[in-house]
Design a protein around this ligand. Structure first.
Ligand code: PLP
Length: 356
């Protein structure tokens, strides 16, 4: 039965199933390989920050540093409370609720569809072919009323990266019709070509970046939008007045110093070694059906009995991310690459399951 609060609220929110983040799903353990975070922590300190005053809405120095990092003009950059906020700001600027739609390619990051649902925006889902390539003929047929296309590159949870030719193809096809958002949360882990140069050619391209993954700063909530200045101006109109707390701005500044960027690249290489080590084991394991090719800091693995493996590891404090809710990802589990020690723990636990 509806209570009085439910009667007052939007019906679609009453029936909404909340987004399940790695953190909200929980799991208690020493080996957290479920959120694609960097497994090592940085030692930033935030002494002597002034917090009685509100922060700058768009902290100039952070933007300037990021502009150096990506080699782009400051007028093409917006900073937000993680890139999740940017995903939302874009929908609020470009989509009219209960009329317009976004388009996504499954399987992909589920926040796009969840945010769309919250705003009453339709999500046109075009499944990828074999989980890796775009179905262009289907895309063309269903673009009506689609205002934004979200592409995750490299893709979460598969780890696959869409080639630049496909990106250009979709950008060419959507000129004047649709905004194309390329979510590059994991781009630092991937040695492929940069697509920032395409911003000069396509005014409807938006690139999302974050300090949450390779920079190891998921806790400060800092993301960046790279786009044509007209898009940045529209987003600036609707962003909250103070998206980033003063301590976050302070740490972001430290993380974007040239020496810290150098350290970040070093950590990425170290993690790459751990990934190779873990892959070497997985390829031999008799529990494993298939391993998705990954250009990121996580590996999507199809097991023979994912549920059992997930549950046994969970009970031992090794927390992974289950992907079996996705129709095309039966028996799949996403594993974030941890420290060498964490990889070892996972490998030993899997070896014991193999024996039983
Ligand atoms: C982790 C992740 C994000 C979230 O980034 P925040 O900056 O922490 O909000 C965005 N997109 C994808 C694909 C992610 O996996």
């Amino acid at each position: 039965m509806e209570n009085s609060i439910q009667k007052l609220s939007r019906k679609d929110i009453v029936f909404l199933k909340a987004y399940q983040s790695a953190r909200s799903i929980g799991g208690i353990g020493h080996t957290l390989l479920n959120a694609n975070e960097l497994p090592v922590f940085n030692t930033y300190s935030i002494k002597n920050v002034i917090v009685n005053r509100y922060p700058e809405c768009q902290p100039k120095e952070v933007i300037l540093q990021y502009s150096d990092y990506v080699n782009l003009h400051v007028g093409n950059i917006l900073v937000s409370r993680g890139s999740d906020e940017a995903i939302e700001l874009l929908m609020r600027v470009f989509c009219i609720p209960y009329r317009d739609a976004i388009m996504t390619f499954s399987p992909t990051y589920t926040m796009y569809s969840k945010i769309a649902e919250i705003y009453g925006i339709k999500n046109v889902i075009v499944p990828m072919i074999n989980n890796v390539s775009l179905n262009f003929s289907k895309i063309k047929k269903t673009l009506h009323l689609v205002k934004i296309i979200y592409i995750c590159r490299p893709n979460n949870p598969t780890g696959h990266i869409l080639d630049i030719d496909s990106i250009i193809k979709i950008l060419t096809y959507t000129v004047g019709k649709t905004i194309v958002v390329i979510d590059e949360a994991y781009i630092e882990f991937c040695m492929r070509e940069n697509i920032v140069f395409l911003l000069k050619r396509f005014v409807h391209l938006v690139i999302l970046r974050t300090l949450s993954k390779a920079f190891g700063l998921a806790g400060i909530r800092c993301g960046f939008t790279l786009a044509h200045k007209d898009i940045i101006k529209l987003l600036s109109k609707i962003i909250t007045p103070y998206p980033l707390p003063v301590p976050s701005i302070n740490i972001a500044k430290q993380a974007l110093l040239p020496s810290a960027i150098f350290d970040m690249k070093h950590r990425v290489l170290q993690l790459q070694e751990n990934k190779i080590y873990l892959l070497r084991f997985l390829k031999k394991s008799d529990l494993v059906q298939y391993i998705f090719h990954s250009e990121t800091n996580y590996i999507l693995v199809q097991f023979y009995n994912a549920k059992n493996i997930f549950d046994v590891l969970w009970s031992q404090g090794i927390i992974l991310r289950n992907q079996t809710h996705e129709p095309s990802l039966q028996e799949c589990i996403r594993i974030s690459v941890g420290t060498k020690k964490e990889c070892l723990r996972l490998i030993s636990a899997l070896k014991i399951i193999s024996l039983n």
